[in-house]
Each structure stands twice: as structure tokens, then as C-alpha cells.
Design a protein. Structure first.
Length: 228
């Protein structure tokens, strides 16, 4: 429009909104706020329709309740035990938190990440004996139905550090011993005795070794040890 002088006038132009209003409209989030009171995160986790932000959704997955926070500060032992399924003294205490690529529990302490069973041993028992720098999970035995071996083996997550029991679950060993006591060579004596009895009865050691999944040379050595 123009006024009487021929100059352009904006007096009659309708105002759509102030610059602040326009900016606010542009900053309005694409998703509504999380439905949890006091949480101002943007709801709308892809693939869900629960009205939760990512943080609250993850809490609900871990704890069954999006308002529960289980992180423990300033008490390292309490934080450790919060991740342990502790049972009887002679049973495996399964680590319930994160594990490494090999299936062993991980625990962060003093700005370092250690295997959970090693941290537990050093914390509650003491330093590793001289000359025995590694820990073997003696509770691991391939012949047990509950011990499938590999990364999913629950015995790798065992943190039972007790030493005053009939058969400790963690045993200090050398690196070479730990290697020899791997899944391929760890068998209970009663199982090896059953294989030896079948060998004495006439079955071929090669076939028995194939059945057990171990080198035949190792089988002969174990047979000799059991015969002493």
C-alpha cells in the first residue's frame, strides 16, 4: 500500500508474528517430551511407542522401571556386588554386567577396566602369588551340561573368589598352565576315567579323542596320569 505521498506504508500489513515467535516455532522439537515427570528429553525412541526418551527407555529395559537408577557412587564394593548374582559358597557367582569379547566380566575401577574375577580376587583375597600371574576358572569343565564353552560359557562370568572351600572356583596359575587348562583340555577325572576304561576294554584311542574333542596325545598323557 501507499500513503498519500506515494510512499509505501506497512501500517495496514497484518503482522504474522514477532521474530522471537518465529524462532521459537523453529526450535520446537519434532517429538513431545518424555512422559516421565521431571525428564525433559524428547520422546519417540525409534521402534517404540511408549512416550519415553532414549535414557528412560534404556532404564526401563535394564531395570523394568524407567525411573530406577542403579548407579552407585563412592562405594566401589557396593557397586561390584550390585552386578553379582551371589549364591552358595560352592556355586558360581555370575557377573551380570558387561563382558568383554571373550565372555569374561568387566569392571571399571580406579579409571581402569579389569576382568571382574581378577579384580574380586585381588580386592578380597590379596595380590596374586609370585610366579602365578593369572587366574583359572577351575569351575569350568567341558563335560558339564551347564558348561558349553566359548564366549557364552557362564563359568567365564564366575567371580566366586572364595579359597576356603572344597574346590575353589578361581585358582592362581602360570600363563602356560592357564593355556593348557583351556576348553580343549579341561576334563573332570571321572570323565577321563570312563574314557580310559573304554580304551582298556578295546576301543581305539583315536576315536575316543575325536569324541572328546582333544588331541590323542593329550588323552594318552591323562590315561598315564590316572594309572599312577
Amino acid at each position: 500500500m501507499t500513503n498519500g505521498t506515494g510512499q509505501l506504508s506497512f501500517d495496514d500489513v497484518p503482522v504474522i508474528g514477532s521474530a522471537l515467535e518465529v524462532t521459537s516455532a523453529r526450535l520446537t522439537p519434532a517429538f513431545p517430551e518424555c512422559r516421565i515427570e521431571g525428564c525433559h528429553g524428547a520422546a519417540g525412541v525409534p521402534g517404540t511407542a511408549r512416550g519415553l526418551c532414549t535414557k528412560c527407555y534404556q532404564r526401563e529395559r535394564r531395570n523394568g522401571d524407567p525411573t530406577v537408577v542403579k548407579r552407585i557412587f563412592n562405594d566401589i564394593e557396593a557397586r561390584f556386588w550390585s552386578h553379582v548374582d551371589r549364591r552358595g559358597d560352592d556355586e558360581c557367582w555370575i557377573w551380570t554386567a558387561s563382558v568383554d569379547t571373550g565372555g569374561y566380566g568387566q569392571f571399571g575401577a580406579d579409571r581402569k577396566v579389569k576382568t571382574a574375577h581378577a579384580w574380586a580376587y585381588e580386592r578380597f583375597i590379596g595380590l596374586m602369588p609370585e610366579g602365578l600371574p593369572q587366574l583359572d576358572h577351575d569351575c569350568h569343565s567341558r563335560v558339564r551340561d551347564t558348561c558349553p564353552g566359548g564366549e557364552s560359557d557362564p563359568h567365564r562370568r564366575c567371580v566366586n573368589f572364595l579359597q576356603d572351600v572344597a574346590r575353589p572356583h578361581l585358582r592362581p596359575v602360570t600363563g602356560r598352565q592357564n593355556s593348557q587348562l583351556s576348553r580343549a583340555t579341561k576334563y573332570q577325572d571321572d570323565y577321563m576315567l570312563s574314557l580310559r576304561a573304554r580304551w582298556v576294554a578295546g576301543e581305539r584311542a583315536v576315536m575316543l579323542a575325536r569324541e572328546a574333542g582333544t588331541p590323542v596325545g593329550y588323552l594318552y598323557r591323562r590315561f598315564q596320569q590316572l594309572a599312577l
